[in-house]
Ligand binder design. Structure first.
Ligand SMILES: *[C@@H]1O[C@H](CO)[C@@H](O)[C@H](O)[C@H]1NC(C)=O
Ligand SMILES: *[C@@H]1O[C@H](CO)[C@@H](O)[C@H](O)[C@H]1NC(C)=O
Ligand SMILES: *[C@@H]1O[C@H](CO)[C@@H](O)[C@H](O)[C@H]1NC(C)=O
Ligand SMILES: *[C@@H]1O[C@H](CO)[C@@H](O)[C@H](O)[C@H]1NC(C)=O
Ligand SMILES: *[C@@H]1O[C@H](CO)[C@@H](O)[C@H](O)[C@H]1NC(C)=O
Length: 672
């Protein structure tokens, strides 16, 4: 019998202020919750491929997460990434213990974006109230804010009141302020910097810097990186003595080249002032695994897409009179690679290299797959049952209950095959945008105009994830197409003009929000408007670089039998960063927008005029200008709702699943 308490707790937690939650989330209480679930989420797939070897441990080590976007239940349908936040909490506890035993430091870092993209975060009001609370069960050392925390006023205040305050001085927002509505003044959302000494005596100065983001609601203020480095407090902070290591974390691309990324600016400012102190950077936002070398004592790590990666960074060689730990812990591999500024990939040194001499700074980096096999392998030597901790099991159980309560696991259809964003070219069977066209044509219908030909436009940025074969749950509609954008239209547009719109849009720049809207919409409307500012997979710098990489043709047969498709990372240290080797998933470019046609003349002739339908996100800034270029003269006055405003772009796929994918129901053979 399951006790009622957990469920009551969940509701209490959503409806009550934070203090009421202490009773059910406090560390004293989770032990009393009896759960049916022991590991992962029920039905989540198990990984089959083990990590390639034990982790290197240095004098100081980091575990890094980024862009979790609410995926704390794990990737239930992907075997490489099926662990949940409870499994991770257990992993963290073991790794901390191991660090203590090895007499080295271990710091946990997160670089923001906790919302938007998963039902676990997006079915609450405000969005993220449950996942933020759950997130705080893990004792991070350094965290920072992402752009998704700042689009919507209620979410910004939630992150401020309920999240930032939990972590106190560990939540770093060097260039982000929030409006104190009692005084009318802007104040720091978290702390500008943290100067602290690690357990083993390293003196660290840390900053948390957001990229030059402009899509925020008016209650937050972001200082551009270039301006921040001129501020008196920053100039003073980087002069602080003594500092053994600077740590700069940021919801920020880690690789230089993007026009709004600010880590290079901050790195240079520190380097100019402190040529001899190592600087370590952690970034995110681009949803990639990446590692870059800035100079011999400065590197940067980015750790993945949506909570499917734990980034591991080990370094050794920091000379500090106060460090009391071990430079080269025994019984485990140690970092062996220099950061080489000439762009060469340093070869991994042979084990005999570790002779204790003065080799300068040595590094190791690894991208860990988010699954229990990996966690158990590194934490407790592959003994899966030993991985669980009380807290971990409690978190796992709570997620299961919450998913039930929010009906996230409700199956509405059976997805007959996997549809992906970029692993199959647009235009071919199995590409999700082709599926979107079919689904839009079948579901976006205004009954009074059903027989009028229509063209329906969406931006490809509105789709955020692949749709994986198997049960289509409510969760999938949040995962795949999370943004609540309404369908608008202009009636009876001459076909000659309408047909030009898509090519014009696709020849233009990638679509993101241009102007900050006034906060008069409901929060969900606003949430949808700004969100696509994240770069899409195939246009990010890293993805572009990957596309240019020659495809590996020499793969050992034995390996390819064992490998499952997944991340195949190339970074400044080469191609051995992925902790579990994967076979490569190809990536193809996607257009800016796609278009569905419906109710066209059945004889194949061209219609006179069409209803031009589009989601509101792209209407004013993109569709109208494109239509003008095609010779039409329309204004927002001509734009009206095609569907009821409540029918949004996160519903059409679900509606299509209910309509077209009933074969194999009710459970599609998998129990999620
Ligand atoms: C995964 O492994 C666990 C433990 O071995 C097992 O109980 C569970 O049924 C497996 N899950 C699936 C989906 O096969
Ligand atoms: C903080 O979280 C509680 C629920 O845990 C929620 O009711 C409250 O609205 C949140 N505070 C803010 C400012 O969003
Ligand atoms: C005012 O600020 C507090 C946090 O300081 C926040 O909880 C509250 O939601 C804000 N009120 C409004 C109307 O934004
Ligand atoms: C819709 O019509 C346009 C032009 O009329 C055509 O180029 C396009 O291929 C059609 N799209 C689909 C998905 O049928
Ligand atoms: C369908 O289109 C008409 C305009 O012709 C509009 O008045 C009506 O509101 C639309 N229906 C819905 C459900 O939005």
């Amino acid at each position: 019998m399951l006790s009622l308490l957990p469920l009551l707790c969940i509701f209490a937690c959503i409806l009550q202020p934070l203090y009421a939650c202490d009773s059910c989330y406090g560390p004293s209480d989770y032990t009393s919750h009896k759960r049916l679930v022991r590991r992962m989420q029920p039905g989540a797939l198990n990984a089959t491929t083990k990590p390639r070897g034990p982790l290197e441990w240095g004098q100081i080590n980091f575990m890094h997460t980024t862009d979790t976007h609410g995926w704390l239940a794990g990737h239930l349908k992907e075997e490489n990434y099926g662990a949940d936040w409870g499994d991770y909490a257990s992993f963290v506890k073991h790794m901390r213990k191991k660090a203590d035993e090895l007499e080295v430091d271990l710091l946990l870092v997160d670089t923001g974006d906790l919302h938007d993209g998963n039902g676990l975060s997006d079915t609450t009001t405000p969005n993220g109230v449950y996942t933020d609370e759950l997130f705080t069960k893990v004792d991070y050392d350094l965290l920072t804010v992402g752009n998704h925390e700042l689009y919507v006023t209620e979410i910004a205040y939630e992150a401020f009141a309920n999240f930032s305050n939990v972590y106190g001085e560990r939540y770093l927002t060097s260039n982000v302020q929030i409006l104190n509505n009692a005084t009318g003044e802007f104040e720091d959302m978290g702390h500008r910097f943290r100067y602290f000494t690690t357990k083993h005596g390293l003196r660290i100065m840390a900053f948390g810097v957001l990229f030059d983001f402009t899509g925020n609601s008016e209650v937050s203020k972001i200082t551009k990186g270039a301006d921040m480095i001129k501020e008196e407090w920053f100039i003073e902070a980087i002069k602080t003595e003594p500092v053994d290591l600077f740590v700069v974390i940021g919801h920020n691309p880690v690789r230089p080249g993007g026009n709004d990324g600010t880590l290079p600016i901050v790195q240079k400012a520190i380097r100019d002032a402190r040529p001899d102190v190592p600087i370590q950077l952690f970034g995110g936002h681009y949803h990639v695994r990446d590692f870059i070398v800035w100079d011999e004592t400065s590197t940067g790590l980015a750790s993945g897409q949506y909570c499917e990666t734990v980034g591991w960074l080990a370094m050794t060689g920091i000379k500090s009179p106060t460090f009391k730990g071990s430079m080269k812990p025994k019984g485990v591999p140690n970092p062996t690679r220099r950061a080489m500024v000439d762009g060469k990939i340093p070869p991994p040194a042979p084990p005999s290299y570790n002779t204790g001499g003065d080799e300068g700074m040595l590094y190791a980096r690894r991208y860990l797959d988010w699954n229990r096999l990996t966690f158990a392998y590194h934490a407790v030597g592959s003994q899966d049952p030993k991985l669980d901790t009380k807290l971990g099991k409690w978190i796992t159980g709570d997620i299961t209950e919450f998913r039930k309560a929010q009906e996230l696991a409700t199956v509405v259809g059976c997805v007959p095959q996997t549809y992906c964003e970029s692993c199959i070219p647009y235009g071919e069977e199995g590409n999700i945008f082709n599926l979107a066209e079919v689904a839009l044509a079948a579901t976006v219908i205004n009954e009074t105009r059903a027989d009028k030909p229509r063209m329906i436009l969406i931006n490809t940025g509105s789709i955020r994830f692949d749709l994986v074969k198997g049960p289509f749950t409510l969760d999938d509609s949040y995962i795949v197409s999370p943004f609540p954008n309404s369908f608008m239209f202009i009636p009876d547009v001459p076909y000659a003009q309408a047909k030009e719109v898509l090519p014009i849009l696709n020849a233009g720049p990638y679509q993101k929000k241009r102007s900050v809207s006034v906060d008069t919409h409901s929060s969900s409307m606003l949430a949808g408007r700004g969100i696509c500012a994240d770069p899409p997979l195939a246009t990010s710098m890293k993805a572009k670089r990957d596309l240019l990489m020659p495809r590996s043709i020499t793969r050992q047969p034995r390996e390819s039998l064992d490998m499952t498709p997944g991340h195949t990372t190339t970074d400044d240290f080469g191609t051995d960063g992925d902790d579990t080797p994967h076979s490569e998933i190809p990536r193809f470019e996607v257009p800016n927008d796609v278009q569905a046609n419906a109710s066209f003349p059945t004889d194949g002739s061209e219609p006179e005029a069409v209803d031009l339908v589009f989601i509101d996100f792209i209407g004013e800034d993109y569709v109208l200008p494109a239509l003008a270029e095609a010779g039409g003269s329309y204004t927002m006055e001509d734009v009206q709702y095609y569907m009821p405003p409540e029918f949004t772009s996160n519903q059409y796929l679900q509606e299509y699943a209910e309509m077209a994918w009933q074969e194999g129901m009710p459970n599609c053979g998998v129990d999620i």
